[in-house]
Design a protein around this ligand. Structure first.
Ligand SMILES: [Fe+2]
Ligand SMILES: [Fe+2]
Length: 286
């Protein structure tokens, strides 16, 4: 069943600032002392700013085809949230580069120019279909991060968790915006599912490839191949990846809508936890 967004409710960007300057850079493997897990998370964070900028461009490309006032407001909220995610992840990414994570290549001027050239080769609707598909990835990951005690109990830098939980919360708040914009702009099921199928085929090779690249460039990883193998096994058998491909594939069912997966209660819980009267992140708001 598709749940239409309640009239008058739409995602709103929060003005927020995280502080990563207190981190002790000697402690390189900031996720549970786990080298592979830390490289995986650093790679994800490295990819967010340019990825989210592309998402924003994709909805802007169809702006003149959107007439529904509520959808326009939802798109404005989506753009504001993604722009803030990019800003805050860039801040974290600077820290991660200082700590020795090889993620700077993802967000250079050349990479930006390459991304623009790729976007121009596709129609606005294909570009937006890629965004809607990527938003399914972020929504699935966000739901996992916010609903799994196993994930939440992984020891890591507190400010890193704060950033991740805030980002995950807002990903759920706007999870159907790009999808609805795609439909409103005339996107068909064929294009939506076809684009997702392409992205889906690319998911594991891209994840393994970029993780392997990062690990090969880490001298500690090169000296400890057994540790790398054990941690990689644990990561891909663990709560982030277990059953992930099945959940991602749900998007390819004809008639699927992101709101078919009801995350309302989870969203309410975390809105209160982070931004309620005693919210953990109220003091981070500007
Ligand atoms: Fe985001
Ligand atoms: Fe998003």
């Amino acid at each position: 069943m598709t749940l239409a967004p309640v009239a008058g409710t739409y995602p709103k960007a929060r003005r927020i600032k995280f502080r990563f300057d207190q981190h002790d850079s000697n402690d390189k493997y900031f996720v549970d002392g786990d080298m592979v897990f830390s490289h995986f998370v650093a790679g994800l964070s490295g990819g967010f700013p340019p990825g989210e900028e592309s998402f924003i461009r994709s909805v802007r490309r169809v702006a003149d085809r959107i007439t529904d006032p509520l959808l326009k407001k939802r798109i404005a909220g989506f753009v504001g949230q993604e722009a803030t995610h990019g800003q805050e992840h860039r801040q974290l990414n600077r820290k991660l580069v200082e700590m020795g994570y090889p993620i700077e290549w993802i967000d250079t001027e050349q990479a930006h120019a390459r991304m623009l050239a790729i976007e121009e080769r596709f129609s606005a609707l294909v570009h937006l279909a890629a965004t809607a598909a990527a938003e399914h990835y972020t929504a699935v990951l966000a739901e996992r991060v916010l609903s799994s005690d196993e994930i939440q109990s992984i020891p890591a830098e507190p400010e890193f968790w704060n950033l991740l939980n805030w980002h995950a919360l807002e990903e759920l708040e706007h999870k159907s915006v790009a999808f609805d914009a795609f439909r409103a702009a005339g996107g068909t099921e064929g294009v939506r599912i076809g684009v997702m199928a392409g992205l889906y085929a690319f998911t594991l090779p891209f994840t393994f490839g970029s993780l392997a690249y990062a690990l090969v460039r880490d001298p500690v990883a090169r000296r400890q191949p057994v540790r790398v193998a054990r941690e990689a096994y644990d990561l891909f058998r663990g709560p982030i990846f277990r059953g992930l491909m099945v959940e991602l594939a749900k998007y390819m069912r004809p008639g699927f809508h992101p709101d078919d997966i009801d995350t309302t209660a989870l969203l309410k819980h975390w809105q209160t936890e982070l931004f309620g009267d005693d919210g953990v992140l109220v003091d981070h708001l500007k």
